[in-house]
Design a protein around this ligand. Structure first.
Ligand code: NAD
Ligand code: TYD
Length: 370
């Protein structure tokens, strides 16, 4: 039986991880530490009872608080998701992103070192969840990122994640902390905050708003269903070698335009299948006799917009036997279905003043044409 600290567990991937892990490892104890920033949604977590899941509202930068939790709960595993995760926000305000992502990771590492090594020894694992954005951007013909690709982050967000990765590695080399790191590309799935491409465009369509695609929509991302991501982390926790990095991906490269067009077709088809959707979402294009694709607008590009990310997951597959299960078309359909079935979840976010202000400022300034 393991005792896990899941940081950022009220966020998109962290919450999915808690759902996944609690289904697969019902005997394990989960402690979620989350500061409930704008991106944290307490309701995303399952109701499992105090024996199995404890929620702690707190900041990963509070080293003393984390040390206290590790001791009081006798935790032996950290899965570190907590971060400021949005590239656009990091461009608008880099200092806070660096503070949380770099110093937050440092505080956690320090707490783990003190409790597990200095006052230990305790058998442990510190798993750090990172991004492929640390590797920079690929040209159209470049081979996908491997774990040996040199770091070349382009946004403040990517640079902060790169710095955190280096700290995790340094704690392994310097203090012998048992660490693993995973880097993956864009996730999609349930509980995804509606500021990222797929959930934002789903709720925009349902609410009758346009779809602001940056530049010409040619940027390529390697889409990973969040459940396959959790599956990959599970393999790394079970069999990953301490000090080693694992790329998690499913070889699913698509341009933004391709993803958005596929999403538009899926929404059109959902309204055709289910006559009740038009009365629930009267502003949505299909409820007004329009095609969703007609709402795509090419807007001014993101500064420093990475052209292409692509992950080579060979190490995870060959060394740890990783086998993804979610095919993209089915995963996108399921994601759309989840947003249709959980209107209360996303509406609560849309009604927050801070969310409306962000959308107004960000997209109001984005401009209409590249
Ligand atoms: P998210 O923004 O949805 O959630 C982040 C969570 O961290 C929120 O619940 C927030 O309240 C919490 N948090 C923020 N600052 C905190 C602090 N100081 N202390 C405690 N909690 C804090 O992010 P996500 O998309 O779930 O990403 C999770 C991790 O995965 C991040 O480290 C991110 O860099 C990485 N990642 C994400 C993607 C992706 O596609 N979303 C891809 C690759 C890597
Ligand atoms: P995003 O979901 O913000 O993730 P990331 O920046 O980590 O890749 O964006 C995914 C892609 O979609 C990225 O190339 C930027 C693009 N994008 C748009 O074109 N319009 C939007 O409104 C958003 C949020 C993203």
């Amino acid at each position: 039986m393991a005792r896990l600290l899941v940081t950022g567990g009220a966020g998109f991937i962290g919450a999915n991880f808690v759902h996944y892990w609690s289904r697969r490892h019902p005997d394990d104890r989960l402690v979620v530490l989350d500061a409930l920033t704008y991106a944290g949604v307490r309701e995303s977590l399952p109701e499992l009872g105090d024996e199995r899941l404890r929620f702690v509202a707190g900041d990963v930068r509070d080293q003393a608080g984390v040390e206290g939790l590790l001791r009081a709960e006798r935790l032996d595993t950290v899965v570190h998701f907590a971060a400021e995760s949005h590239v656009d926000r990091s461009i608008a305000g880099p200092r806070h992103v660096v503070d949380v992502n770099v110093l937050g990771t440092l505080s956690l590492l320090e707490a783990a070192r003190r409790v597990w090594i200095e006052d230990g020894p305790v058998a442990h694992r510190f798993h750090h969840v990172s991004t492929d954005e640390v590797y920079g951007s690929l040209g159209p013909e470049d081979p996908p990122f491997t774990e040996a690709t040199p770091y070349a982050p382009n946004s403040p967000y990517a640079a902060s994640k790169a710095a955190a990765d280096h700290l995790v590695r340094a704690y392994h080399e310097t203090y012998g902390l048992a660490v693993t790191i995973s880097n993956c590309s864009n996730n999609y799935g349930p509980y995804h905050f509606p500021e990222k491409l797929i959930p934002l465009f789903i709720v925009n369509l349902l609410e009758g708003r346009d779809l602001p695609l940056y530049g010409e929509g040619v940027n390529v991302r390697d889409w990973l269903h969040v459940e396959d991501h959790c599956r990959g982390i599970e393999r790394v926790l079970a069999a990953g070698r301490s000090g080693r990095v694992y790329n998690i991906g499913t070889r699913n490269e698509r341009s933004n335009l391709e993803v958005v067009e596929q999403l538009c077709l899926a929404v059109d088809a959902a309204f055709e299948r289910d006559g009740g959707l038009a009365s629930r979402f009267p502003e949505a294009p299909p409820a007004r006799g329009e095609r969703c694709g007609a709402r795509i607008r090419f807007v001014r590009d993101r500064p420093g917009h990475d052209l292409r990310y692509a992950i080579d997951p060979t190490r995870l597959e060959t060394e740890l036997g990783f086998a993804p299960r979610v095919e993209f078309a089915a995963g996108l359909e399921d994601t759309l279905r989840w947003y249709l079935d959980h209107e209360d979840w996303w509406r609560r976010i849309l009604e927050r003043g801070s969310y409306r202000e962000w959308i107004r400022r960000h997209y109001g300034e984005a401009g209409d044409a590249p």
